[in-house]
Design a protein around this ligand. Structure first.
Ligand SMILES: Cc1cc2nc3c(=O)[nH]c(=O)nc-3n(C[C@H](O)[C@H](O)[C@H](O)COP(=O)(O)OP(=O)(O)OC[C@H]3O[C@@H](n4cnc5c(N)ncnc54)[C@H](O)[C@@H]3O)c2cc1C
Length: 307
């Protein structure tokens, strides 16, 4: 970016821009080289003019949530990384004619686990699977995040996108999700931010919902290692099997390449045991994919996104 672009970008947002900012501090794997700029967008009204400016100037950009499903290259990324700030972290309950359900409008920057806990207090059921998933609602929509048989696609009423041109609301019937993916977003990739989501939740008894959430939280504590930085399940589970089981069967638990290691506790957790680079992670990933393909005939598709 040239000087004029620096000045314009700085003027478009209320928060100071972080220039040449390393992204390791924005990812749960603690890996990632610098972006030209990291921009926190606090105000809703800032987002569309910012996207219009980036489009006009042909500056590449990417919005991230909490970076809990991301591997960022060691050499970093060209352009701007956007992060949704305070005005994208609100939740508003809306009254409906239906006494069984409640619609909640949630900003895409809201943390999913925190939102699940709020719903527990409000007596709203359906998002309990999100207790313990450490990303934002925006990331969860893109990933169709889920656990223990629940997933985002089953509770989404609509998604609001912001683009350089304005806002667009996509209703449930037009949304096309599959396992850990909102397929339809590919058509918008690089041009739209998920800015808000409307969820339809069931009205329930706070105590029943609390009990259900605490069962899920305990299961998560037992199943998932958190001894080192990681990005959750690294690979998608193949149909009718588990990536962790296949990786374990190929003898990879505890295997390390540089600072990257397959967790000793969970075969599908690729962890940063200290000083790992993105290259270490990619080399380990390729080794795992090749050996599992030979041993089990299964190609393991990464769940993690690469930027
Ligand atoms: C310990 C641990 C446990 C986990 N457990 C689970 C689990 O049980 N189930 C599960 O599904 N996942 C799990 N994950 C993975 C991760 O938390 C989810 O995929 C989460 O939804 C990602 O959200 P995020 O905000 O961190 O997204 P990011 O990782 O920041 O981004 C993911 C993708 O979404 C895009 N994106 C993010 N926000 C937006 C937006 N507002 N608009 C447009 N694009 C956007 C990014 O560009 C990127 O392509 C786990 C991760 C960790 C570290």
């Amino acid at each position: 970016m040239n000087r004029a672009q620096h000045e314009k970008l700085t003027a478009l947002v209320s928060q100071p821009v972080n220039w040449q900012c390393r992204l390791d501090r924005y990812t749960s794997l603690s890996i990632g080289g610098p972006a030209e700029a990291v921009v926190k967008v606090d105000r809703r009204q800032e987002l569309q003019p910012l996207l219009a400016f980036l489009a006009e100037e042909n500056i590449p950009w990417r919005v991230i949530g909490r970076g809990t499903n991301l591997l960022v290259k060691d050499e970093g990324v060209t352009g701007v990384i956007l992060i949704l700030g305070s005005e994208f972290k609100t939740a508003l309950k809306q009254s409906t004619n239906d006494t069984d359900t409640t619609i909640v409008r949630v900003g895409a920057g809201y943390a999913l686990a925190k939102f699940a806990l709020s719903c527990m207090e409000w007596g709203l059921a359906g998002v309990g699977f999100g207790c313990g998933i450490p990303g934002t609602l925006g990331g969860a929509v893109i990933m169709n995040a889920g656990a223990w048989g629940g997933e985002m696609s089953s509770i989404i009423e609509s998604v609001r996108l912001t683009t350089a041109e304005g806002e667009e609301r996509i209703a449930r019937k037009e949304l096309d999700f599959s396992y850990r993916c909102w397929n339809g977003f590919a058509a918008y990739s690089g041009s739209a931010v998920v800015s808000e989501v409307e969820l339809e939740l069931r009205n329930g008894e706070p105590n029943d919902i609390k009990q259900y959430c605490s069962v899920l939280q305990n299961r998560r504590k037992n199943a998932q290692p958190c001894e080192y930085p990681n990005a959750g399940s690294f690979f998608k589970n193949p149909a009718n099997d588990s990536a962790g089981r296949l990786i374990d069967a190929s003898g990879f638990k505890g295997l390390a390449v540089g600072g990257a290691m397959i967790s000793e506790h969970h075969g599908n957790f690729l962890v940063n045991k200290g000083g790992a680079t993105a290259t270490d992670v990619l080399n380990l990933m390729k080794m795992v994919q090749a050996k599992v393909k030979i041993d089990s005939g299964v190609y393991l598709e990464p769940e993690v996104h690469f930027i």
